[in-house]
Design a protein around this ligand. Structure first.
Ligand code: NAP
Length: 257
């Protein structure tokens, strides 16, 4: 079977493409492969003969306000092309809590993406994942400030999360693409344990030996609407194996007892 990976050059997409190698014919559908979902250039050719689509596209991070239009336009184009190609299953990666956050353009865009996928003719599975283990470091990097003679400062919101490994999520997506729809339209996946994002940032910088002062704050892209349990998975979520401490140890070269 041919499987098209939409966003195949991205963080999740690269791992999906690697895992599919040798198990399916893979088409990586992304800018790096000469396909532009904002115009449709190269899309029909890339989807020709595809039995399934794994969709891990993401909008440009720096254009938060443009996210709803990006996800709407690219998804309308993608589902129409998938229908022309006769794609039999659309697997979309989304975010746990996407239906509980109001007012965030990024989350509005992801909801639009979900709805358009579920309205398209091909059977669809939406996989809502929690934040990845690298999320604390990613968020901290957005606010990192240097001052001569002092440790760098970052601002991190004290979010309650149940983070998961990109590898584990990629395995779920690949399993669904190879095996076909599992009967549920929306699946939640999460890591094995709850964490506080500020503590994750502190442990990440400590493991790297990077001396950084962390200021917990709701000022920034994640305000108090993200507080409490809004980003946590429900009781029916599939729990994935790799916890934050093990993930950090694997990347930082220390041993977890
Ligand atoms: N970060 C988290 O903690 C987290 C948690 C749960 C779910 N997610 C979801 O996971 C998904 C994937 O995230 P990621 O971090 O893997 O994204 P990423 O690394 O930013 O990759 C985005 C991909 O989209 C492609 N792309 C963007 N614009 C395109 C266009 N106009 N035409 C064709 N391809 C285009 C990029 O290809 P080129 O650069 O080659 O154009 C790239 O392959 C996102 O939807 C995100 O919401 C993330």
């Amino acid at each position: 079977m041919k499987i098209a990976v939409i966003g195949g050059s991205g963080l999740v997409g690269r791992r999906v493409v690697e895992l599919l190698d040798g198990r399916a014919e893979v088409a990586s559908v992304c800018g790096a492969a000469g396909v532009d979902l904002r115009t449709g250039a190269g899309l029909d050719e890339a989807l020709e003969g595809a039995g399934a689509v794994v969709d891990v596209l993401d909008a440009p991070l720096l254009d938060a306000e443009g996210a709803p239009a990006f996800f709407r336009d690219t998804m309308l184009r993608l589902t129409a092309a998938a229908e022309r190609a006769g794609v039999g299953h659309h697997v979309l990666l989304s975010i746990v809590g996407v239906d509980r956050i109001v007012g965030s353009p990024r989350y509005i865009g992801k909801r639009v993406q979900e709805v358009l996928t579920l309205c398209a003719p091909a059977p669809a599975t939406v996989v809502r994942a929690t934040q990845f283990h690298g999320f604390a470091e990613q968020v901290a990097s957005w606010s990192r400030r240097s001052e001569p003679g002092k440790a760098d400062t970052v601002t991190v919101p004290p979010l309650l999360v149940q983070p998961c490994a990109v590898d584990d999520v990629a395995r779920v997506l690949v399993g669904l693409a190879l095996d076909g729809p599992a009967g549920e339209q929306i699946i939640e996946v999460a890591g094995p344990g709850r964490e506080d994002l500020v503590d994750m940032a502190r442990r990440t910088f400590a493991a790297r030996g990077d001396e950084v002062r962390i200021v917990p704050s709701w000022d920034g892209p994640f305000g108090t609407e993200y507080s409490g349990d809004v980003l946590l998975p429900g009781p029916g979520a599939r729990l994935l194996g790799t916890g934050f401490e093990r993930w950090l140890a694997e990347r930082s070269g220390y041993t977890v007892e």
